[in-house]
Design a protein around this ligand. Structure first.
Ligand SMILES: [Zn+2]
Length: 503
C-alpha cells in the first residue's frame, strides 16, 4: 500500500541553522529524517524570495510567470490598487486591516493565484486522495468549507470571514476554518503560537486517520528569525521539531509514524541579517508615488506630485509599476536610472519587449558591473545552467558573479539567477522594474517597518535564497536536479501518489 505523505514547510529554515540545531541536540526528529533520507542544503527559493511567491511555487510546482503571485506587496493593474499580504501590522493598517485580511485569506487563493495552475490539493482531490492542510497561505482545493461561527477571530471579524472557501478535504486555517472539532485553539492565528495549532490539529488527524496527504505548515520560525535574527533559528527550529514529534507520537512514535508515512520537510526560503534600510517610497517621491490609501477613499499620493508610479516593497526585494501604460517605457528608464544610484540596491532588473510587445530579453544591472542581457535560448543558447536550461547571455556576467566553464553557467552567489529573474520579469502581475537589495539591506514596507537587528529575505542573493530540504521515504524516479528548487516538490508529491502531471 502507498505510504501517506506529509509535506512540512518550516518557514525560512536556514540550512546552517538546521545543522546547528541538530548538532545542539534540539532537533532529533529532523536529524532522524536526514539519517533515513536525503538532505539538500541548498534548495533555491523563488525570486522575490518572500513567502506568498514561494508558497504558490511550492503548491503549484510553477514559478510566478505561471502562478501569478508576484510579491508580498504588489500593484493590481486591473483594480488600480495595491495588494498587501501582511508585510507588517502597520503596513496592513495603512491599506486597511479589512482589505489586507480579505486579500490574504480569500483573494490570494480565489482571485490572485492563477486558475491555470492547479495546486497539489486540487490535483490530489481530483484523484480521490484524502488531502489535508493546516494554516498556510495556499490552501486551494476541491472541497467546500464554511467559516466557523463561534470563534474569537470570526466574532471579531464576522463581517469579513463569512464566505466559504474551496480547500483540501480537511482544512484547518487559524480560527476561521476547521473541518473537525479538534479542541485545538489557534489563539487568533497570532505569530509564536501558530506551530502549536498546526501540531495539535495534525496530531488529531493522525489519531483519526484523516489524510493521505498533509501539508503541515510550521510558520513560527520565520517570525522568530525576523525578530531575533537568523542566528536565533536554532531555537525556533527546535520548537518546530517538537511539533513534528507531537504529530509522530500520535501514531505511537517516530519509527511507527515513518513506517506508514513518507515525509518531506522544506524551507520556502532562508533569511539573512538586516542592518540597514532603503526607503524607496521616499527616494522616488518626486516621480509621483501612489500612496496606500484605496482609491475608493479618494486617491492620495504620498507626495503632492500627481501619482505616476506604484512602489511595492517586498522585504529584501521591491517592484515599481508605471501607472499609465503610455508612460511605461519612459518611466521605466527614469526608475532604473534613479534606483541604480540608491545605496543598498544590489540589482535592478527589467524586461525589453519586441515590436509585438512580447518579451525579448531581460536585463540585470548593477551599479558596479554594468548590464547583463539574457533570454531563454532553446537549443541555440550559448550557455546552460545547473538546471539544464539554455540561455543566450550578453554583457557583464560579473553582475551575477557568474562564470562560464565549458558552456556551463555557474552563479553560486545568485543561485538559479536567470530562470528566477526571467519568471519574475515575465509574470503578468509583476512591476516594470524589479529590485534586489544587497546583503544587509531591507526595503521598509508601507508601514515604514523593517527588521533592523533581526533578519529578513526576498533577494536574489544566495544568503536568503537557499533553504533546507529533507526527503525521507519518497523516491522520485526522475534524476535529482543538480540544483534543487522549491518548484520541484509538487511534482515529487504527485509522483508519490502515482500521478504524472502532463507538462
Ligand atoms: Zn518572512
Amino acid at each position: 500500500m502507498q505510504r501517506k505523505l506529509v509535506l512540512c514547510v518550516i518557514d525560512a529554515m536556514a540550512p546552517a541553522m538546521l545543522e546547528r540545531a541538530i548538532a545542539a541536540g534540539v532537533a532529533p526528529v529532523l536529524e532522524r529524517l536526514i539519517e533515513g533520507g536525503r538532505y539538500v542544503p541548498d534548495c533555491v527559493a523563488a525570486f522575490p524570495s518572500v513567502t506568498p511567491v514561494c508558497a504558490a511555487s511550492i503548491v503549484t510546482g510553477e514559478s510566478q510567470d505561471a502562478h501569478e503571485i508576484p510579491g508580498m506587496n504588489w500593484f493590481h493593474r486591473e483594480e488600480h490598487r495595491y495588494v498587501e499580504y501582511g508585510s507588517s501590522f502597520r503596513a496592513a493598517q495603512r491599506f486597511g486591516i479589512a482589505r489586507q485580511l480579505t486579500d490574504t485569506v480569500y483573494n490570494m487563493n480565489r482571485a490572485h493565484l492563477s486558475a491555470h495552475t492547479p495546486t497539489v490539493f486540487e490535483t490530489l482531490d481530483d484523484a480521490d486522495v484524502r488531502t489535508a492542510g493546516t494554516t498556510y497561505l495556499m490552501y486551494r482545493g476541491r472541497h467546500r468549507h464554511e467559516p466557523q461561527r463561534d470563534t474569537a477571530l470570526t466574532r471579531v471579524a464576522s463581517a469579513l470571514m463569512r464566505h466559504p472557501v474551496m480547500g483540501p478535504r480537511e482544512l484547518f486555517y487559524a480560527d476561521v476554518f476547521a473541518s473537525q472539532r479538534t479542541g485545538c485553539r489557534s489563539g487568533l492565528g497570532m505569530p509564536g503560537v501558530r506551530d502549536r495549532h498546526s501540531g495539535c490539529v495534525s496530531a488529531y488527524m493522525v489519531e483519526h486517520d484523516l489524510f493521505d496527504f498533509l501539508l503541515l505548515s510550521l510558520p513560527d520560525n520565520d517570525w522568530y528569525s525576523h525578530k531575533r535574527g537568523p542566528e536565533a533559528q536554532a531555537q525556533s527550529i527546535g520548537q518546530a521539531d517538537l511539533q513534528l514529534a507531537r504529530v509522530m507520537n500520535a501514531a505511537g512514535g517516530v519509527e511507527e509514524f515513518l513506517r506508514e508515512h513518507a515525509v518531506i520537510v522544506m524551507a520556502d526560503h532562508s533569511q539573512a541579517p538586516v542592518s540597514a534600510t532603503i526607503a524607496l517610497q521616499d527616494d522616488l517621491e518626486d516621480l509621483g508615488v501612489l500612496g496606500p490609501t484605496h482609491p475608493s477613499r479618494a486617491a492620495q499620493s504620498s507626495s503632492s506630485v500627481e501619482p505616476r508610479i506604484a512602489v511595492c516593497p517586498s522585504q529584501r526585494a521591491a517592484m515599481v509599476y508605471a501607472l499609465h501604460e503610455s508612460e511605461r517605457d519612459g518611466m521605466r528608464a527614469s526608475v532604473v536610472a534613479r534606483t541604480l544610484a540608491i545605496e543598498g540596491i544590489d540589482l535592478v532588473m527589467w524586461l525589453e519587449r519586441d515590436a509585438h510587445d512580447d518579451p525579448r530579453e531581460g536585463v540585470i544591472a548593477s551599479p558596479a558591473h554594468g548590464e547583463l542581457r539574457f533570454a531563454p535560448g532553446g537549443a541555440g543558447g550559448n550557455v546552460i545552467d545547473p538546471r539544464a536550461r539554455h540561455w543566450s547571455v550578453e554583457g557583464a556576467l560579473a553582475v551575477i558573479d557568474g562564470t562560464v566553464q565549458d558552456g556551463r553557467l555557474l552563479t553560486p552567489a545568485y543561485p538559479d539567477a536567470l530562470a528566477r529573474v526571467w519568471a519574475s520579469l515575465t509574470c503578468r502581475t509583476s512591476g516594470e522594474v524589479l529590485l534586489s537589495a544587497a546583503p544587509g539591506y531591507e526595503f521598509i514596507d508601507w508601514g515604514r517597518q523593517a527588521h533592523v537587528g533581526g533578519g529578513s529575505h526576498g533577494s536574489l542573493h544566495a544568503c536568503d535564497s537557499l533553504g533546507a530540504l529533507v526527503l525521507c521515504g519518497v523516491e522520485p524516479t526522475v534524476p535529482a536536479p543538480e540544483q534543487w528548487a522549491i518548484r520541484d516538490l509538487a511534482p515529487v508529491v504527485l509522483e508519490h501518489f502515482g500521478i504524472d502531471r502532463l507538462r
